[in-house]
Design a protein around this ligand. Structure first.
Ligand code: ADP
Ligand code: MG
Length: 351
């Protein structure tokens, strides 16, 4: 019998490697929007506006009034692993910016067409340049610009047939994008956000700088949600456990919804934490069975060295040192808050 020879191993071309990696960083239009908005926040913007066409497949445009990008950095802006935020691996332990991998813009150029318009302080004009597969398509062209940066991503996934089809068939990503901007808007209360469909007169999210998160929640999620919220705070500085503090708003017995809304920021990053969400749902079902799908906005601050932000390319989930004990104390705090508010209610209605 013919002996079967092992297949040869070869090196993938860089462009193939990059496109594969890009598909992981930018999973769908809403993940591109998240990366772009995070870049605007990292650039110190106080105003961020998002325009979307065809659920983001045709166009995503994010404009900000941040610090802009230097002319001399434009040639490498969209190369993989180019960043202004991190230089040594150790920096990751204390990093405050949301970005650090230098992969987001690069990824977008491998799966879409990216055009950047930017102007830095004190310049008379800005520059505009388009990118494909990590590189500039032409020299940056001088253009009129207002303070900050505008990034346009067109024809996302034009070269990934299956992904594009899937996204076209599934409900479009626009509601996810609106949801994302709403979440950012209630945490970054000093930043004004807007999000609209291309050509629409009205924005679907529109916030101006608010004085409190509660006011921001009222602006974004409406009076009926804000009315049924209670403030919660917790600081745990028992050195035997982890040092952390938490504050936010949680819904009371009057808030009835079909599903839980959990808006979670850990060290000012919008993240998900399944364990924490579950734990909170458990408390609600046990304490307020009729209002068991809560609205939660929570901001947790931990020493940066207690948070590992580098467990996933999208930075969606983070892992926490002493996660169990943090989840436990938050669960307890919510439980006592709900119990005491429930008693007050009963008491009031009996009076
Ligand atoms: P990262 O955010 O991880 O550094 P990105 O690919 O998202 O990587 O961005 C690369 C670099 O481009 C950033 O480090 C930043 O210097 C610059 N940049 C991106 N977007 C903006 C923006 N909106 N305003 C100013 N600079 C930006
Ligand atoms: Mg980034």
């Amino acid at each position: 019998a013919a002996r079967s020879e092992p297949p040869r191993i070869w090196r993938l071309e860089e462009s193939v490697v990059n496109r594969i990696a890009a598909g992981e960083v930018v999973q769908r239009p809403s993940s591109a929007v998240k990366e772009l908005v995070e870049n605007s926040l990292d650039a110190g913007a106080t105003s961020i506006s998002v325009v979307v066409k065809d659920g983001g497949l045709k166009l995503i445009q994010v404009s900000d009034n941040g610090h802009g990008i230097r002319h001399e950095d434009l040639p490498i802006l969209c190369e993989r692993h180019t960043t202004s935020k991190l230089s040594t691996f150790e920096d990751l332990q204390t990093i405050k910016s949301m970005g650090f991998r230098g992969e987001a813009l690069a990824s977008m150029t491998y799966v879409g067409h990216v055009t950047v318009t930017t102007i830095t302080e004190g310049q008379l004009h800005g520059y505009r340049v388009s990118y494909r597969d990590g590189v500039m398509e032409h020299e940056p062209r001088p253009c009129a610009a207002v303070k900050g940066t505008q990034i346009m991503v067109e024809n996302l996934f034009y070269n990934m047939i299956a992904r594009r089809k899937n996204l076209q068939n599934s409900n479009d990503d626009y509601p996810k994008i609106v949801d994302l901007i709403s979440r950012f808007a209630i945490h970054y209360i000093n930043v004004s956000f807007s999000c609209r469909k291309h050509g629409a007169k009205r924005a679907d999210v529109h916030t101006v700088s608010a004085i409190s998160s509660l006011e921001a929640i009222r602006n974004v999620y409406g009076v009926t949600v804000a009315r049924d919220l209670m403030e919660i705070t917790l600081s745990d500085d028992n050195p035997a456990r982890s040092v952390f503090n938490m504050n936010g708003f949680i819904s009371n017995a009057n808030y009835i919804a079909k599903k839980t809304t959990m808006v979670l920021f850990i060290n000012d990053r919008l993240v998900e934490c399944t364990a924490l969400k579950r734990a909170i749902e458990v408390v609600y079902s046990a304490t307020l069975p009729k209002a068991s799908k809560p609205f939660i906005y929570m901001s947790i601050k931990l020493p940066p060295e207690h948070v590992d932000v580098n467990i996933h390319p999208t930075k969606r989930e983070v892992s926490l040192l002493n996660q169990e004990s943090i989840v436990d104390s938050i669960q307890n705090a919510i439980e006592s808050k709900l119990m005491s508010s429930n008693t007050t209610r009963t008491f009031l209605s009996q009076a």
